[in-house]
Every structure is written in C-alpha cells, then in structure tokens.
Design a protein around this ligand. Sequence first.
Ligand code: 13P
Length: 352
Amino acid sequence: MSTELAATVKGMMAPGKGILAADESVGTANKRFAALNIPQTEDMRRKYREMLFTAPGFGEYFSGVILYDETIRQSDSHGKPLVKVIEDAGSLPGIKLDTGTFPLALGGPDEKVTEGLDGLAKRVDEYVKMGATFAKWRGVIAIDEGIPTDRCIHANAGALARYAAICQAGGLVPIVEPEVLMDGDHSKHTLETSFAVHERTLGAVFHELARAGVAFEGMVLKPSMVIPGQKSGQTKSAREIAEATLTVLTRWVPAAVGGIAFLSGGQGNEEATLNLNEINLLAKERRAPWTLTFSFGRALQQPAIATWRGDDANVSAAQAELTRRGKLNGLAALGKYAPSMESERDLVGASR
Ligand code: 13P
C-alpha cells in the first residue's frame, strides 16, 4: 500500500474526530431544503455547504468531509474553492463516487444495486486533481419479507469491491459503505434479524474485497449499527446495540482494516451519539483493533439545517449547532460522552 493512502487513513481516523457526510445528491439536498421551505437552488446548496465548512473550529471535530460532485466544483462567496476552504480548516476533502441505487435485475421486491463503475478510473483521476483524498460508495441492503436475497448482497458486495480497488489504484482511500437499512416496514426486523443480515453482508463484502486485491489497511469501513428496525416495536439499550454491533464487526471485519466510521441511518441525533459512545466503551473492554468513529450525515446536520433555514442571520447559530454535534460525537468516539452533556449549552463551539 502506498504511503499516501496510509497517511490519508491516519488523517481520517484522527483520535476524537469523525467525518462529516455532506454528500447528499441534488435530489436529496432539495428534499431536505423543501421540508424547511429553503429555496432549492444551486446557490442555496452552495451557501449551505459553505456555512457548514466555515464553522469556527470545524477542523477540531471533523477529520474529513464527503462531498457531492456539484459541491466539489463550487467556491465560497469570496471565490475560494470549497475544497480549499476544507483544507484550510484542517480537514480532508472526499468525494461520493457512486451514482445512486437502481432496481436490482432479477432481485427480490424493491432490492437495489448501486451503480457508477463505468468510467470510474477516469473520474477518480479527475477528482484527485481537484483535491479529493478519499471517496465513498454506498450499497443498500433492505430487510423485509424474503429479503435481502443472496443475489442482492453479492451484487452490492461485488460493486463495492470493484470501486474500492479502482480507488486504491488511483490514489484515493475508499470508504466502503454497506448499509443495512433500519427503516424497513417490517415488524420482524428485530435486533436479531439485523445481526444476521449484517453477518451475511459483511462476510460477502470482505470476501469480495479480498478477491479484488484491496489493501485493507488502505480502506475505511462505514457500516450501519446493528439496531432493531424502526417499525419492529423492539427497544434495545445502547449496551445491547453496542454488544451486537461489536460482535458482528469482530467476527467479520479483519483487524487490518484502516478504521471504522459509522453512518447514522435515521437514528436520532442523541441516540446515534450515545450508541457510538457505548460501542467505544465496549471496544476498549474487548480490545477491538480499530478506531471506531462517526461519519454521520443526518445526525450531524439536522440541528444545523433546522437552525439555518436559509437565512444569513442564522449562520453563526447554525454553525454552533454543527460543531456542538461534532464535539459530542468526537467525545463519543473516545468513549467520553455522557447524555448530561447535551444540556450544557456552553459546549457550543467550545474547544476541548
Ligand atoms: P446518515 O448518517 O444520514 O445515514 O448518512 C450517512 C451517509 O453518508 C449515507 O450514505
């Protein structure tokens, strides 16, 4: 593995920091804007991302940012490329490389496979020239009656492995994201079902990564936590979630993997932080081999966007909301978070 990839992994996994997922496609960003009556224009999406990346202290909490194609080409209101804004804040720019999910041919009902492999090596070259140091590809595994099928798991695992190999060959650290969805409409989607599907998924993903020749040290895994489905009616403690998540990871993820950064997947902001903290506490007890941090999208951005609402007058308050969640999640990545910290308003923007 190149020293370049190793240095990027080390930067991404800096202790007490995590990765901001700000790579919502135009469609997803617009949906979030529409819900808050924010105009759905390219310039508003640019302003929103500029607001996030220029938050005071940004680099103290966020080791990296995942960007969407539109954003990596944009500049701040003074004409400075957003990539440079991120670098100057002491953070690493990354890029989403998949082009979205599509119905899986001959798959089960509603099963999806992620596309974007055609011409990928060329796109990697282009993004490296623009300053990207790492990348992301998300495969989606849904749980419902009769699914996921092995066909769906293997199609997604194969695409993740091809993507990861192409990234490493082109000089980008791949974030490999096999997301087991937690929002299915299925009462049988219990913690136990989620555990079993994570086992099948991670087993297939690492099998394919190994076959594709991917250097585990030069990649980051972005998994979902093992949680009961939102409609299962089951409630589990953070400890039980941490036990299930860490057990599945230690069974199926090689110790050589460069690091683990969880997605939030629709968990509440505080719920995601609490679970990450508990995972880290247990990881210390069990001497887990990896750094376990966050790469949340919604659970980091939600308070910030709800405060901003597209109004310049709210920029500072919204930035404080982002760094507040960054700080709390940074503490959770060290196993040093406590729910009581949520009510300490002077945490906002404060340095550690
Ligand atoms: P969430 O944390 O909102 O699940 O988003 C993370 C992400 O990058 C999904 O691909």
